[in-house]
Write a protein that binds this ligand. Structure first.
Ligand SMILES: NC(=O)c1ccc[n+]([C@@H]2O[C@H](COP(=O)([O-])OP(=O)(O)OC[C@H]3O[C@@H](n4cnc5c(N)ncnc54)[C@H](O)[C@@H]3O)[C@@H](O)[C@H]2O)c1
Ligand SMILES: [Zn+2]
Length: 372
């Protein structure tokens, strides 16, 4: 078992547990965290059908009183009306401050549950059981919780740390190819901003990852979590350094808004965002042609390595052709990273060499979108 301790402040510290099969054995750990043995699991119908029974039997083993609440599947349900629905359901079930909330699902479930945990009665104990690769390596780590607004992604949110994160790589066996790739995209992001060695490791293991080699996936999870934890610990409230984790996310989020939180997944949008932001860096002479090729190469493998993937990849890359570039610019003006009207981007000079730019202009963004 890999156990990573994350200490945010003197009084705020928790563990991230990474182990195959931990979903069936987390009752003992949970008993130490949720003292009154009352938990409510927030999930979606698909994840509930796959893993609800297993989690329920673990909770029964630990003598927890348990309720499940489902929210429909999809990014468009990571919104304030779903949060409202959950507040209603928690009240109906008389959830109080000693009730624990468990997020069982991908990043959408984790962000939404986290947001509700942070706000209901000014805070309930939160536990993440991330079930997508993206959620295991990225979204369940670091305490950012949020819901989307139709005009801006993740714009209503908070920082709210969980009491524990339980990562079971075995649940990835049921994940779609598309969601394996979505997770790898965030790993590429973490690697490229933080560690040239990790980036090289990804380049050499990309096919094993796509083929779901479980040991390589476990290694990927451990490496990604470690690097994300390093960044979070240096800047838990994103006042400075942590902003680097937003590489690819300025354009990526704008594309998700443009897609109405449908048709384009978060991972796909971030892949496009990293490519377009790298094009901006290239046009400014910040990075080399070689670096642009490196990023393109690894993302192209993701989106064209198997015959069944070629259709997906076409639609992902094509997406940028049929959108309104002026609207993308307008959405960028609402980005959370902006300060006093200045649009901020995270750009890369090379793997591990990040810079923050706050004089991005409309012409260069549109040029990069057109060239793409
Ligand atoms: N809070 C953060 O720091 C942070 C970081 C990165 C991303 N995010 C957020 O994460 C979200 C994206 O998360 P995601 O990619 O996990 O999407 P998601 O939660 O929509 O999950 C993707 C799909 O996988 C299904 N699924 C989940 N687990 C499964 C399993 N084990 N087997 C089969 N299917 C399974 C889900 O039902 C869904 O259809 C975005 O909203 C993004 O903004 C947040
Ligand atoms: Zn992301």
């Amino acid at each position: 078992m890999k156990e990573i301790k994350i200490k945010i402040t003197k009084d705020e510290e928790y563990n991230i547990y990474i182990e195959k099969g931990i979903l069936s054995n987390l009752d003992e750990y949970l008993s130490k965290i949720i003292k009154n043995k009352r938990v409510i699991v927030i999930t979606n119908p698909l994840v509930n059908s796959l893993y609800g029974t297993k989690l329920l039997s673990t909770l029964k083993k630990g003598e927890f009183s348990t309720d499940f609440i489902e929210v429909p599947d999809g990014e468009k349900y990571k919104c304030i009306s779903s949060a409202n629905y959950l507040y209603d359901e928690l009240l109906k079930r008389k959830a109080d401050r000693s009730t624990g909330l468990i997020a069982l699902g991908g990043g959408v479930t984790g962000d939404l549950t986290g947001f509700v945990a942070a706000t209901y009665m000014r805070g309930l104990s939160l536990v993440h059981i991330p079930t997508t690769l993206l959620a295991q390596i990225d979204s369940s780590i670091g305490g950012k919780v949020a819901v989307d607004h139709p005009l801006a992604k993740n714009i209503i949110g908070s920082f709210y740390q969980p009491k524990a994160v339980f990562i079971d790589p075995e649940v990835l066996s049921t994940l779609s190819d598309k969601d394996i790739k979505n997770g790898i995209v965030e790993a590429v992001k973490i690697a490229v901003i933080k560690s040239p060695d990790f980036f090289k490791w990804l380049e050499s293991n990309i096919y094993q990852l796509l083929n779901r080699d479980i040991d390589i996936l476990c290694e990927l999870i451990k490496k990604s979590v470690k690097f994300k934890v390093d960044v979070v610990l240096e800047d838990p409230w994103e006042t400075g350094l942590r902003k680097i984790l937003n590489f690819g996310h300025s354009i990526g989020h704008a594309l998700e808004v443009e897609a109405g939180y449908q048709d384009l997944s978060h991972g796909e949008a971030v892949a496009l965002g990293m490519l377009i932001e790298t094009k901006i860096a290239r046009n400014r002479g910040i990075c080399s042609d070689e670096f642009e090729e490196q990023i393109k190469y690894i993302l192209a493998i993701l989106y064209s390595s198997q015959p069944s993937r070629s259709k997906e990849s076409k639609s992902v890359f094509k997406y940028v052709r049929n959108i309104d570039y002026n609207r993308i610019w307008e959405t960028l003006t609402l980005d959370k990273k902006n300060i006093q009207g200045k649009i901020r981007f995270i750009l890369l000079r090379a793997p591990g060499k990040v810079i923050l730019i706050d004089d991005i202009n409309k012409e260069e963004v549109i040029k990069a979108l057109e060239e793409f």
